[in-house]
Design a protein around this ligand. Structure first.
Ligand code: GLU
Length: 277
């Protein structure tokens, strides 16, 4: 009897101790803890040429991948010790909130709505929403052509899809897929008239199939790309901001851009200034 009671108290005390440890860490679950252990899990896109792409041989390429590697190195983690995790647009906040990734570098626009759930370092790049059509399309020339019930494709949980719903819902039909490569497939087979998202993403797809697809019109939004991380983790955010600034200052940013997006002739813009809010 006495033994079993002691055992019960023991188990209760142990459970309490475990709960306290799990909740008390403050920075528990921080990307810096993973980095201290020598490894990081980084969310990227797997299907966006020039930005975040997993090739058939299992390697990764693109500007976001280069930014991720540079930041990881500054946090003390070698490229080989990064696990890249596919982070589709609609899943990014959840992946961060659940701790399935340490941070995300995936054409991820900094928005107030997203900031309710996650924090952002950066920006490290500024893009703008644009349109991709088949090369022989003469009807859609820019945002002003978004009339007459045209069929548009974008991605669930993305800012361009949201923008279309808010501003052009009456004038176009919006089809939403999980990834941009699925939208591009729909464009190729004629089931949509245009794909809309950031100019730099569309340029990557256009460069993949020269003479078949083209980006039209001027960008019509401003998309500040940030590195998404756990809300409230100011220490990691500060360290990542330092890394981005360093990457711009030491020329690695320009080099990374030139060897990825820039290699298909896309002009390199000025890098942005990091926002220390
Ligand atoms: N930058 C936009 C966004 O974060 C579009 C690109 C994307 O979906 O990754 O929603």
């Amino acid at each position: 009897m006495r033994i079993s009671r002691a055992l019960r108290y023991g188990v209760a005390a142990l459970a309490l101790a475990l709960t306290v440890t799990a909740c008390g860490g403050g920075d528990e679950g921080s990307a810096l803890d993973s980095a201290k252990d020598g490894k990081l899990t980084v969310g990227i896109k797997f299907d966006q040429p020039g930005l975040g792409l997993r090739t058939k041989d299992g390697s990764y390429s693109g500007f976001d991948v280069e930014v991720a590697k540079y930041v990881a190195e500054k946090l003390g983690v070698k490229p080989d010790n990064i696990t890249f995790k596919e982070s589709p647009s609609a899943q990014r906040e959840t992946l961060i909130e659940n701790g399935q990734v340490d941070f995300i570098v995936a054409t991820y626009s900094i928005t107030d709505k997203r900031k309710e759930k996650v924090d952002f370092a950066g920006p490290y790049y500024v893009a703008g929403q644009s349109l991709l059509v088949k090369s022989d399309n003469t009807e859609i020339t820019g945002v002003e052509s978004l009339t007459g019930n045209k069929k548009l494709c974008s991605v669930k949980g993305s800012t361009p899809a949201q923008n279309v719903k808010e501003k052009y819902a009456k004038d176009v039909q919006l089809q939403e897929f999980d990834t941009y490569s699925l939208c591009v497939e729909a464009l190729r087979n004629g089931s949509v008239d245009a794909v809309t998202t950031d100019d730099i993403i569309l340029a990557g797809f256009a460069a993949q199939s020269p003479g078949q697809l083209k980006v039209v019109g001027k960008p019509f939004t401003t998309e500040n790309y940030g590195i998404g991380l756990k809300k409230g983790d100011t220490e990691t955010r500060g360290k990542i901001n330092d890394a981005i600034e360093e990457m711009i200052k030491d020329g690695s940013w320009s080099k990374a851009f030139a060897s990825t997006v820039g290699s298909s002739g896309y002009p390199a813009p000025q890098p942005p200034a990091v926002n220390r809010y």
